[in-house]
Design a protein around this ligand. Structure first.
Ligand code: KIV
Length: 268
């Protein structure tokens, strides 16, 4: 990694990203897990790139994110980093790698060594100590509140959060705690849109929504959902803008058919 990439981490501060929020220009964040997609997303002008632990589902074939390891994240983060020259790269801390402040620091340092400029972790009030420890060590942290995919098994599925005023109050408390602990931004996942609006208004740092309606300072999507390259599952809130999975299947079928026809013709 060159000096430009290292210096990027210093620009991802709560103060700098708060200015992004007040500009009113939405932040576009997409996931990448490998070199070519990272490079293409940077060429497309995507603001922030996330090596999400959604890696577990859309690349590694697990049913959810709970099997993803730190070694998986390091491997894919370094591939993504090789594809970027100037786009901030945020990497997820996978499940079980940030239970204490010390493990959070050690795990985050591995991701930074692999080329990440910032890390993301799931949890609000419950994880402020880890966010504060990382921030105090100069490691930019993105929070993640609302539906927490690493808790999907305990939760029994991907359910909308913040439907009642009490749940909304708890989410606003999470958001304020994440901000106070030093995060530069936070993902707000599967939150009822009016509650996402309350959260957006309550904090000074940008909220990045996914399945949380339009009242966020930015949006994030799993790129495979956007481009249709994981056609066996599509979240309800995504309208794919391409059908890359179908394109791959068709290209492969046509190539194999023409190969077999050519061989059959040669034999006659
Ligand atoms: O793992 C991931 O890709 C994420 C986004 C969906 C926010 O956390």
């Amino acid at each position: 990694m060159d000096g430009t990439m290292n210096n990027l981490a210093a620009t991802i501060t709560p103060r700098a990203t708060a200015l992004r929020k007040t500009s009113g220009i939405p932040i576009a964040m997409l996931t990448a897990y490998d070199y070519p997609s990272a490079r293409l997303l940077e060429e497309a002008g995507i603001d922030w790139i996330l090596v999400g632990d959604s890696l577990g589902m859309v690349v590694l074939g697990y049913p959810d994110t709970t099997s993803v390891t730190l070694a998986d994240m390091v491997h894919h983060t370094s591939a993504v980093a090789r594809g970027l020259s100037h786009t901030p790269l945020i990497a997820d801390l996978p499940i079980g790698t940030y239970n204490t402040e010390e493990t959070a620091l050690n795990s985050a340092r591995e991701l930074l060594k692999a080329g990440a400029h910032a890390v993301k972790l799931e949890g609000g009030v419950s994880h402020c100590a880890q966010i504060a420890a990382l921030s105090a060590a100069g490691i930019p942290v993105m929070g993640h509140i609302g539906m927490l995919p690493q808790s999907v098994r305990e939760e029994g599925g991907y359910k909308i959060k913040g439907k009642t005023p009490e749940q909304g109050d708890a989410l606003v408390a999470d958001a304020l705690a994440v901000e106070a602990a030093g995060a530069f931004s936070m993902v707000v996942e599967l939150v009822q849109p009016e509650t996402a609006r309350r959260i957006q208004m309550a904090v000074n740092i940008p909220t990045i929504g996914i399945g949380a309606g339009q009242y966020c300072d930015g949006q994030v999507l799993v790129t495979h959902d956007l481009v249709g390259s994981f056609p066996w599952f599509r979240p309800k809130f995504v309208t794919p803008a391409a059908s890359l999975g179908e394109g791959l299947r068709t290209a492969a079928q046509q190539w194999a058919t023409s190969l077999k026809e050519t061989k059959a013709n040669r034999e006659h």
